[in-house]
Design a protein around this ligand. Structure first.
Ligand code: C2E
Ligand code: CA
Ligand code: CA
Length: 424
């Protein structure tokens, strides 16, 4: 039996052949090359599954063409892993150049054949050497896969070799996954609040809730250090929900005590958006903490909307029925599709902080930012710019009619008590 789409070895045969090859390694090395096509889902959605399968088949054949090839398999979807012998005399830099070149050729060929604008391959490599030949081959493959994911996330390197710093990262991620559940039940996670300021009045008109993890020893773990790991494991939805509950309770307490409060926005992770019971969970929270819905907002990232436009639309429609506003977060940071803006009825566009490059925005920056602000206004959406750090940026944004600003110029994300002190 072979893999039906690619004619490669089935995965279990791949493992057996790889184990045998490792036994015979001698003084050679075996690079495990793990590749996939970036945005393959987009290709599938645009060109259809039949062509998607053809692309995988062709891709697999080309990836496996190298002369030292021993075996190759399709692990899942468009993920192809191959293994072959290479002399230990070949410098790693030369191998890197070689794989980049092979990938470039495959990309060019596939683009022509499938008549699409761009195909990019992400590749991760793990080297089994005579010294490391006792490694479990499944671990070696998952290391190569880990390097591939780094390559997929990286903006400037599409081929990445696994190294020791990645091994440390894997261990850190495993620690996080093992401890997040207890951290939630022990309330080590908490919302910090970053004010949003009205460009004209300079007053706080809202805030974004951002998660912070405070360890019992008082040290903090920031979202960028733990969210990627728990996104992969799916536990991000627990964290999101925990944050929603903390914030709903906070708003209700303020209102019950007759204290002032502003709308608070909450982040919706990509994984959460596709599990549509998120809508049911939000409705349940509104029953448990009955608050006027104008006090909560949700933020969907541009990337997760691009990946799941139907779920995004369903989510927004449901929120609008409840009277809750939704913003498009990190606008401009991903593969922006202006179409998305006309198709999905966002209330607010949050311009990603990477738009603000200079302390006083220079001409090209000004043109780009003001065009987006004008476009949002004409589409009936409000605009908010993130990452405002200087007076010069703030004045510029006010002058071009950007409604709201958020950034270190006004405040970093702060603990609840500090935030409450600002609400007078
Ligand atoms: P984000 O939603 O884009 O949040 C804004 C991030 O930008 C925050 O980082 C904030 O501290 C940072 N920031 C704000 N103003 C400035 C500025 O003027 N300059 C610079 N350089 N940075 C600024 P943080 O809190 O580390 O959060 C990082 C990301 O983690 C967030 O990006 C969001 O994607 C994610 N995140 C945070 N909390 C949650 C959560 O509760 N649930 C989910 N799903 N994601 C969260
Ligand atoms: Ca956000
Ligand atoms: Ca953002």
């Amino acid at each position: 039996m072979v893999d039906l789409i690619t004619c490669l070895d089935p995965y279990d045969i791949f493992i057996t052949k790889l184990k045998n090859a490792v036994d015979d390694i001698g003084d050679r090395i075996i690079p495990i090359v793990y590749s996939d096509i970036k945005h393959f889902k987009y290709f599938n959605d645009t060109y259809g599954y039949k062509l998607g399968d053809d692309l995988i088949a062709e891709f697999a054949e080309l990836v496996c063409k190298d002369n030292s090839y021993i075996t190759g398999a399709r692990v899942v979807s468009d993920n192809i892993v191959t293994a072959g012998y290479v002399s230990n005399k070949i410098p790693r830099d030369d191998m890197l150049k070689h794989i980049r070149q092979v990938n470039d050729e495959i990309e060019e060929y596939l683009c022509k054949k499938f008549k699409c604008r761009r195909i990019s391959i992400a590749t991760g490599v793990y080297f089994i050497t005579a010294e490391s030949k006792d490694i479990n081959v499944e671990t070696a493959i998952s290391n190569a896969n880990f390097a591939r994911k780094q390559a997929k996330e990286s903006k400037d390197e599409s081929v990445i070799f696994f190294d020791d710093t990645m091994a440390e990262r894997i261990n850190r991620e495993l620690d996080i996954l093992a401890s997040i559940k207890d951290a939630l039940s022990d309330k080590e996670l908490m919302p910090y609040y970053q004010p949003k300021v009205n460009s004209i009045t300079g007053l706080i008109e809202g805030a974004e809730a951002l998660v912070r993890w405070r360890k019992p020893d008082g040290t903090f773990i920031y979202p960028d250090q733990f969210i990627p790991a728990i996104e992969k494991s799916g536990q991000i939805t627990d964290v999101d929900y925990y944050m929603y509950e903390e914030v709903f309770r906070f708003i209700k307490n303020r209102l019950d005590n007759g204290e002032p409060i502003v709308p608070i926005s909450l982040n919706v992770s990509r994984a959460h958006l596709t599990t549509l019971n998120i809508i049911g969970k939000i409705k349940d929270l509104l029953v448990k903490y009955p608050i006027p819905t104008e006090y909560v907002e949700f933020e969907l990232t541009e990337t997760s909307c691009m990946e799941n436009p139907d779920s995004a639309r369903q989510f927004i429609d449901a929120m609008h029925e409840l009277g809750i506003k939704v913003s498009m977060d990190d606008f401009g940071s991903g593969y922006s599709s202006l179409n998305l803006l006309s198709e999905i009825p966002f209330d607010i566009i949050k311009l990603d902080r990477t738009f603000l490059k200079s302390k006083i925005p220079e001409s090209k920056e000004r043109i780009i930012i003001s065009s987006i602000v004008t476009m949002s206004r004409e589409l009936g959406m409000k605009s908010l710019c993130e990452g405002v750090e200087t007076e010069g940026q703030s004045i510029f944004l006010k002058n071009i009619g950007c409604n709201t600003q958020q950034g270190f110029l006004f405040s970093k994300p702060i603990p609840q008590t500090e935030f409450e002190a600002l609400l007078i």
